[in-house]
Design a protein. Sequence first.
Length: 241
Amino acid sequence: MVSVWLRHTVTAIGAAGAVAVVAVVPGFARAPETAAGPGRVSGAVSAPARTPPPPRLPANFRGTGRYIVADLGVNVPFSWQGRNGNSQMIAGGPQYRIWFMNLIYGGQLYTVTYKWPRIPLDPNRHCDKVGAFGLRDFNNLLRTARFVGPEILQGARYRYVDHWRVGIVLGQRRPGVAVRVPFALGDIYVDQKDPSQWWQGLQFGLPNLYDPQLDEWFTMSTFSHRPGTVTLPRTCPAPAA
């Protein structure tokens, strides 16, 4: 997702948290989705007659799963909830090695990082308002995703998904004229019957500056379209009226 939401780049310039481009890439060990790691992806099944609708984040939803940073040995609880267009991701918690949250709230993107291995964080700076970014902006970005193909996630249960890739490249479009840098890539896996039902994602790219290998996973074990709970931390500045 914008990399789970520009998180580490923003922090590197004085913020903390993530960007919501879910940057994702497959790299899979056969394991339960809920604990050991992301679901293993089978070979793509037969190609559909037409390209399905692109992934979309609904206005109301709630889901739970795991957040995985494999090169750091981090595998922590993860929740993602939305209510009336606002949404909130939370990975880890005070008892885990990582703890951060990302929010879209009132048309603004917020990022908060409380804990990250080997990175000193300012205890007095717990929240940064990155700028204007809402659900519509996120879904407009997802409309630019390219369809990779239908696949099967082999985890605690098989899930039939459509695999999409969305990316951001810095630099001129014409190769050879100037250096072009892949800033963020996102591989997104949504239910074949409902592109607003998310099951897995890998974010990869420069926004993940805290991670030595620049990639982080989330994998969902539950996802429903019931309204969730979204709370803006007290340390976050309120969105403009």
